[in-house]
Design a protein around this ligand. Sequence first.
Ligand code: FES
Length: 148
Amino acid sequence: MITNKMPGRRKFMGWSFFTSLTGFFGMIFYPIWRFIMPPPVAESTQNSVKAAVVNELQPNSGKIFPFNNKPAILIRLSNGKYRSFTAVCTHLQCTVQYRKDWKIIWCACHNGKYDLNGLVISGPPPRPLEEYDVLIVKKDIIVTRRKA
Ligand code: FES
């Protein structure tokens, strides 16, 4: 009678060991696998975003703001009008900035210079900056991507 129970206990111990081992390796390798293969995340794409409020920017100044997970720049010209562009340099994707002393858009990485229409003045950038439309709605400054 005792000998009949022995294979059952052995079987149970083997099954228990196997499931524990499986759980242990699962705990180790599942996070590593999820890190290596992250789930696909849909990139949110907005066509417009609130960039600032009226009078937030002084004339002849600029502001970087996020637009579709990338930096964009809003510039208030000396005459009070607004211009907006992507702030991603077309050379090697550094973030550009507004230089109030030169009244240009400047990329510090390789001294790339753009005029206030986003066109390349000098330096290595191969293309102009993508320009956005600027609308003032009540007290908000809304930047909108132009339709292709
Ligand atoms: S990344 Fe802007 S000039 Fe090179």
